[in-house]
Design a protein around this ligand. Sequence first.
Ligand code: ATP
Length: 233
Amino acid sequence: MSMLEIENLDARYGDFQALFGISLNVRRGETIALVGANGAGKTTLLRAIAGLGQYHAGVLRLNGRDIGSASPQELARMGISMVPEGRRLFTGMSVAENLMIGADLGRGGHWVRDAVFDLFPEIAVMAHRPAGLLSGGQQQMVSLGRALMTNPDLLLVDEVSLGLAPVVVDRVYAALAQLKERKTTLVVVEQDIRRALDVSDRFYCMLSGRVALAGASAPAAFDAVSRAYFGEA
Ligand code: ATP
């Protein structure tokens, strides 16, 4: 059985329809890459899964249970957590306080503060510093750590690379690889097709609110994904 099943999902912002009949499934322990050009609907899809969506039609199931009308808080307790694009930290609060927000939203488990600091020693030494004073990469680590503190089964990660130096992106992806080894199920939005294929087991390529192509994330898929990305499939 799939952990997450989506059938025929539509989403709109007022009169503007952003998603058209999206169907996808995610099995436990898999890493799924969502790729697609700006505006393809990747963030809208992640937000719908996390219960942050606007109006949507269609079916969303987590472990066989309908979650279409669950609130973000209920979903966090059921094991879905999201690392939002732009990190969205409380910049005036300390690193430790930002992490505690995740703990308060979620449920108990492996991911307590010290486990996050083991994963990201870079931010351990900054526990009491306001999050707004950290570098972009360090803030991304805090954002990931906050999501982990909910102890998710399914972690949704929106464009962690945005605005970060390549060496920092490598560091963050190394942490995601560790999460994968721990059998955390991941859905990762990534602009860089090569990196997306490299990190994932399967991919979905979106175009104008639809799934244009889906398949196994072999390096050989690169050309087909590139064409689908630009609507040339
Ligand atoms: P990006 O890489 O730019 O984040 P994306 O693939 O994540 O792109 P979405 O952010 O999901 O795409 O946007 C899908 C479509 O919905 C776009 O056309 C966008 O302009 C539109 N959209 C997104 N958010 C809103 C909103 N709050 N109100 C109206 N339209 C929106």
